[in-house]
Ligand binder design. Structure first.
Ligand code: NI
Length: 186
């Protein structure tokens, strides 16, 4: 089932998401829905708060970025907790399905190591680098109640404030179902 994606300005995107206590069929169905919602929007990552659920779950598929390089990099992260970020910070153009039509350069460290569970509840500790790390850092931010706009300088943020206000009002171009703070469901 495709869920509408919650747009910038919604309080759920600012909340620190809660730990998932029960892993089972229901959660697996939700993970399947998240992948379906993400692919429908042509995204490479989606976090549960973006479909209005403040729980520590996100999905990624780096194959959406580079089919050859990231073949099979389709993963669900449950109860992820960051252990460390290392390496030199680098800038990369980022977008977000909750912030349609806006892309900005964001600086992030090269690598991230996190603890998480997979869909079967198995615990993992893994490090990621390059674009995989980038996508995971962006999605991890979502379950911590952060958006890529929170990484921008105050000046940059001021420059795009008008566009952000438009998104709050539902004045945005998008090609997938969205739910705005004002202007109802589209
Ligand atoms: Ni995002």
């Amino acid at each position: 089932m495709i869920h509408p994606i919650v747009a910038y300005g919604s309080p759920v995107l600012k909340e620190k998401a809660a730990k998932i206590e029960t892993l089972g069929t229901e959660l697996k169905a939700l993970v399947a829905d998240m992948f379906e919602t993400m692919y429908n929007a042509d995204g490479c990552g989606l976090a549960a708060p973006q479909i209005g659920k403040s729980i520590r779950l996100f999905v990624i598929d780096a194959e959406m970025l580079d089919e050859e390089k990231y073949k099979g990099c389709k993963m669900a992260f449950i109860n992820a907790e960051k252990i460390e970020e290392t390496g030199v910070a680098w800038s990369c153009d980022e977008g977000c399905l909750s912030i349609p039509g806006l892309r900005e350069e964001v600086k992030r460290p090269e690598n991230i190591t996190l603890n998480y569970q997979d869909e079967d509840g198995v615990e993992h500790t893994r490090s990621f680098e390059g674009m995989m790390a980038r996508v995971i850092q962006h999605e991890y931010d979502h379950i911590e109640g952060k958006l890529f706009t929170d990484h921008l300088s105050p000046l940059k943020k001021r420059l795009i404030q008008g566009k952000l206000n438009d998104i709050i009002r539902g004045k945005a171009k998008f090609s997938y179902p969205m739910r705005f703070v004002q202007g109802g469901r589209k």
